[in-house]
Design a protein around this ligand. Structure first.
Ligand code: IDP
Ligand code: MG
Length: 153
């Protein structure tokens, strides 16, 4: 199975949406392999958003990501990177489809409640950025045989 890195941003934590988002993750049949609260700093954000550091909105983005602690998670499933990006919806919450996390829970292009890795390669890099190996748990949920069909996982 594949893993992805997810961050519940300050816009999720401050708006009391942690439970809503985690509930949807659980109901979809996605495995939570790791989860912790973290206060992000400029150093980790310059790495994490390296593709955006030269944009005029980067200082504002960095501030918004440091405004409160965040929840970091490693999620596991078959094709989870693609599955979870679809669940997340497009970057701007106002353009995100209803039914997606951003489309249901936010109205912003910046305060868009959640980060999800955009490729398996980036997922591996991002997981290593936010988690030590011993913080990630490899266990088999009792429900696994009902989440996937025979030979599917
Ligand atoms: P993604 O989160 O959908 O993968 P990216 O382009 O990787 O989108 O951008 C990372 C984050 O930077 C976004 O989730 C959003 O919070 C912020 N961001 C992206 N574009 C803008 C913008 O034009 N204005 C303000 N913030 C932006
Ligand atoms: Mg991105």
């Amino acid at each position: 199975m594949q893993s992805t890195l997810v961050i519940l941003k300050p816009s999720c934590v401050q708006r009391n949406l942690i439970g809503e988002v985690i509930s949807r993750i659980e109901k979809r049949g996605i495995i939570i392999s790791a989860m912790k609260m973290m206060q992000l700093d400029e150093k980790i954000l310059r790495e994490h958003y390296a593709h955006l550091v030269d944009k005029p909105f980067f200082p504002s983005l960095a501030q918004s990501m440091m405004a409160s602690p965040v929840i970091c998670m490693v999620l596991k499933g078959v094709d989870i990177v693609e599955v979870f990006r679809k669940m997340t919806g497009v970057t701007n919450g106002r353009k995100a489809e209803p039914g997606t996390l951003r489309g249901d829970f936010c109205m912003s292009g910046q305060a868009n409640i959640i980060h999800a890795s955009d490729s398996p390669e980036n997922a591996e890099i991002e997981i290593n950025r936010f988690f030590r190996p011993e913080e990630i748990f490899d266990y088999t949920p009792a429900t696994l045989q009902y989440i996937y069909g025979d030979g599917e996982n």
